[in-house]
Design a protein around this ligand. Structure first.
Ligand code: ADP
Ligand code: MG
Length: 633
């Protein structure tokens, strides 16, 4: 009945303990270090960069299985050290534990070349600046060779002597794909180095020395180049710089996420989580942000020796790093910016120095302006002359005249601003086109409404198009969030309570979760076992249909359980509420209402994306328009 299943295979007869031969040790190590061709590419590229190269060629055949040949123009290896270079645990990069704790080179374990040589045919040709000619080592034999300064490592027939491993390899295209991704990762980290990649004799990619903004545009493509924020923030020993893609550049897969720690590409849970959390407010859960970010810090504060291929790291103070990264990315995303057409909003950065001995990514020339700086600079520039364009002052597009100052409150100003604020400026707004765009109003002034969906506005750069529902939704969402955070949700009592028929579950939820409902600004009471009365709603949402608003809140509260809804589901809940109330498409707005919306957007953090991650506005610069009409070409 109770037969124990026999899970242990018949154990082989015991053998005496023996020290393993060197070759076998390397082959075992190779299992970790050289798990597939792309891992060889990674190790060889890292060696080339550690040697101070500025130009690297990668030639692959049959996905790297047949051949991986990598040539660099680095400092080379002196002939007398050649045998050691391919010996196990031999490295020029560290000599002591102190060195290990402060390692600034990519390699340091001294096992890559030995591991590769144990599972493939490896030939290394190298020449230092001083040497009269090159030297070659193959199979332990050293001989004179020809060649320029630098090193070429030629690896052929990977796993020729370990057929079991060879079986695990995937198709040629798949293996090549992995190799190419490794090259991209490294090329992104080092825009100061030229890389070229060929496969089966055909050139596949080539990156000249350039600035990181160009190289990342080249590698991540136009969608990223046109929708990204440059960021560069420091706090104490930590610096985070690079580009965070806007939600419009997000992807269905997490394949455009490049994170570097001291110049080393990592896939680290803590860092991925910090970035992901920063995007939470602006990105739908099933989308993945695109980014190229580099964290630089004192090497003593991070242990890179926790993983054989060093893809994970361990921080001395993980919490501080998490906080810093989260806040830096959040702040970048909170800036109001537009998805502009055909222009890269990021500042161009000059090429960094070629000496990367510090392990820091050479992405900046030290003159980088943050996006916000650039943004305000652009808008403070003198408004340009609109020569040749007739931007006629517009009357109210609905045919009526612009309304009196009373009506500005009709929608955005009064409703969105229970406290009253900077909107007073717009009280005096007259007709749209007569306003001179200035730096105070980066989103400019409304011209008209298009098909009841878009607001057209004019700013100093050109035309601004606003998705009014998305924009309003974002404004409401941020206002709700602030009010909830400050525990001061303004409440609007209803003169006549709205009553509706409710089922037992809804009535039960009301009775059970009064406190949560109140903190959200709702006063809902059960006035019979089957009737609910809404007596007050959040003032920010008072234009919504009270009954469906109440039903939605009750459903969320019930599904996610009382106070948890305010913690884990808070943002989703507020998003639902905001969507309810946001001005619907096809609602006609007056010019004054449109301007109120623009002013409100400027005051709102993250106003450039609705909380579903869609952009809320785009800028079409006069240059873009000129191009469309082939002016000046
Ligand atoms: P590690 O990189 O961990 O030191 P490797 O086995 O990758 O170990 O390389 C061993 C040594 O060979 C390095 O420390 C370096 O001195 C030398 N070496 C390897 N590749 C190159 C290269 N492309 N240019 C110059 N020196 C190299
Ligand atoms: Mg190495």
């Amino acid at each position: 009945m109770n037969a124990t299943p026999n899970i242990s295979p018949a154990s082989p007869s015991p053998r005496p303990i023996l020290a393993l031969p060197d070759q076998l040790i390397s082959q075992i190590a190779a299992g970790e270090v050289v798990e597939r061709p792309s891992a060889v590419v990674k190790e060889l590229l890292e060696n080339a960069l550690d040697a101070g190269s500025t130009s690297v060629q990668i030639r692959l055949e049959e996905g790297g299985v047949k051949r991986i040949a990598i040539s660099d123009n680095g400092r080379g290896i002196p002939a007398d050290q050649l045998p050691l270079a391919v010996a196990r645990h031999a490295t020029s990069k560290i000599a002591s534990l102190t060195d290990l704790e402060n390692v600034a080179t990519l390699g340091f374990r001294g096992e890559a070349l030995a591991s590769i040589a144990s599972v493939a045919l490896l030939t290394l040709t190298t020449r230092t600046a001083e040497a009269p000619h090159a030297w070659q080592i193959e199979n332990g034999k050293i001989s004179p060779a020809s060649g320029a300064q630098g090193t070429t490592v030629d690896v052929q027939d990977l796993y020729y002597n370990t057929p079991a491993r060879r079986k695990f390899l995937k198709s040629e295209q798949t293996e090549f794909g992995h190799c190419a991704e490794i090259v991209r990762r490294i090329a992104l980290a080092r825009p100061d180095v030229t890389f070229s990649l060929s496969h089966n004799g055909k050139a596949v990619d080539h990156w000249n020395i350039s600035a990181i903004d160009k190289r990342s545009a080249h590698i991540l493509g136009d969608a990223f180049a046109n929708a990204r924020l440059a960021l560069d923030e420091s706090a104490g020993p930590l610096r985070l710089h690079g580009f965070a893609g806007l939600p419009t550049a997000s992807k269905a897969r997490a394949d455009a996420q490049y994170f570097y720690v001291n110049g080393r590409f990592v896939r680290d849970k803590l860092l991925t989580h910090a970035v992901r959390a920063a995007y939470q407010d602006v990105l739908h859960g099933d989308r993945y942000p695109s980014y190229v970010l580099a964290l630089d810090l004192d090497p003593a504060l991070v242990d890179v020796n926790v993983h054989p291929s060093k893809i994970e790291v361990r921080f001395r103070d993980g919490r501080a790093v998490h906080q810093f990264v989260f806040h830096a990315v959040s702040r970048a995303l909170a800036q109001t910016s537009a998805t502009s057409f055909g222009t890269v909003p990021a500042p161009a950065t000059a090429m960094g120095s070629t000496n990367n001995g510090s392990g820091k990514i050479p992405w900046t020339s030290g003159e980088q302006t943050s996006f916000s700086q650039q943004f305000s600079q652009e808008f403070s520039a003198k408004p340009r002359e609109f020569s040749g364009y007739a931007f006629e002052p517009q009357n109210n597009p609905q045919g009526g005249v612009a309304q009196t100052t009373q009506s500005y409150g009709a929608l955005f100003a009064r409703d969105l601003n229970p406290m009253g604020d900077a909107l007073t400026q717009t009280n005096t707004a007259s007709f749209a086109g007569s306003e001179l765009p200035n730096d105070e109003h980066p989103l400019g002034f409304a011209l008209a409404q298009l098909h009841g969906v878009y607001v057209l506005a004019q700013n100093s750069k050109g035309l601004v198009l606003v998705d009014m529902h998305a924009a309003h939704e974002r404004i409401l969402y941020e206002q709700l969030k602030n009010a909830l955070d400050e525990n001061s949700m303004p409440v609007q009592p209803l003169l006549i309570p709205i009553t509706f028929y409710a089922d037992g579950i809804e009535v039960g939820t009301v009775e059970e979760h009064q406190a949560v409902l109140q903190s959200l600004g709702f006063d809902i009471a059960a006035i019979s076992p089957t009737t609910l009365a809404v007596r007050a709603v959040p003032a920010l949402l008072k234009n919504a249909d009270a009954q469906s608003l109440a039903r939605d809140v009750l459903r969320e509260v019930r599904e996610f359980g009382g106070s948890r809804v305010l913690i884990d589901r808070r943002n989703e809940l507020l998003g639902t509420l905001a969507c309810h109330t946001a001005v619907r498409a096809n609602r006609n707005l007056t010019v004054i209402e449109m301007n109120a919306l623009l002013r409100q957007m400027e005051l709102t953090e993250r106003a450039d994306q609705c909380n579903h991650g869609r952009p809320t506005w785009v800028q079409m610069g006069l240059n873009d328009l000129d191009k469309m009409f082939l002016r000046g070409q």
